[in-house]
Write a protein that binds this ligand. Structure first.
Ligand code: CA
Length: 219
């Protein structure tokens, strides 16, 4: 799943970026509010981690614009200004959760997962689908109780399909969720990953939708 990180502090940003990557997310990192706005206009993200004190366009302004545009992507607001006024202001401007600096990276990741879970309408972290059991926190997949190991790309495709059951995902949509700004997209990569997923998880899990892409049917 692709996450937009908006943070102007290099040290903090590096830490969060590494933590999110480690947790299996694709991360785009915008260092100012203007660049973040452009990213949000052109890319669909599963989640935004947003610092409030930013150059060019403030985090609060960005958040307001996002919500005014009717976008409901979950936003975790991050700020050193952990006063009640800022916290309430952020939440009223449309933040879904709030974390004051300094924070623990494991707490940040846990909150990100909780927001994604909520956005997907799940109350528990483990996704069960037929004989499949998927634990995003542990990045673990089991088929009928047997552990299967996936590459990070396979994992990203599986999550994108499983969290959008019944909604066909186009190849470009899948590429978008898989590749960050700096990464080159290999041609036919999606087909190769899907084919590997079918070998590992069973031939019938992912259905090809002709001329569109792929889908995991609603259970
Ligand atoms: Ca800042």
């Amino acid at each position: 799943m692709r996450v937009l990180l908006v943070e102007d502090d290099d040290l903090i940003g590096c830490g969060i970026e590494a933590g999110l990557r480690q947790a299996g997310f694709t991360v785009d990192w915008a260092r100012d509010g203007h660049k973040a706005g452009l990213a949000l206009d052109t890319t669909s993200y599963a989640l935004v981690v947003l610092d409030l004190g930013l150059p060019r366009v403030s985090g609060m302004e960005l958040l307001r614009r996002l919500r005014d545009a009717g976008k409901d992507v979950p936003v975790l607001v991050l700020t050193a200004r952990g006063t009640v006024v800022d916290r309430v202001g952020g939440l009223e401007a449309g933040a879904d959760d709030y974390l004051g600096k300094p924070f623990d990276l494991t707490e940040l990741i846990a909150r990100c997962r909780a927001l994604l879970r909520r956005a997907q309408g799940r109350s528990v972290d483990v996704i069960r689908y037929r004989e499949l059991s998927v634990n995003p926190a542990a990045q673990a997949v089991e088929v009928a109780g047997k552990r299967v190991s996936l590459t990070s790309r396979e994992w990203a495709i599986l999550m994108q399909l499983l969290t959008n059951q019944g909604i066909p995902q186009s190849r470009s949509r899948l590429e978008e969720s898989l590749y960050g700004w700096q990464e080159e997209i290999e041609s036919n990569a999606i087909e190769v990953h899907v084919s590997n997923l079918r070998k590992k998880l069973g031939a019938h899990l992912i259905r090809t939708v002709r001329n569109i892409g792929y889908v995991v049917e609603k259970e």
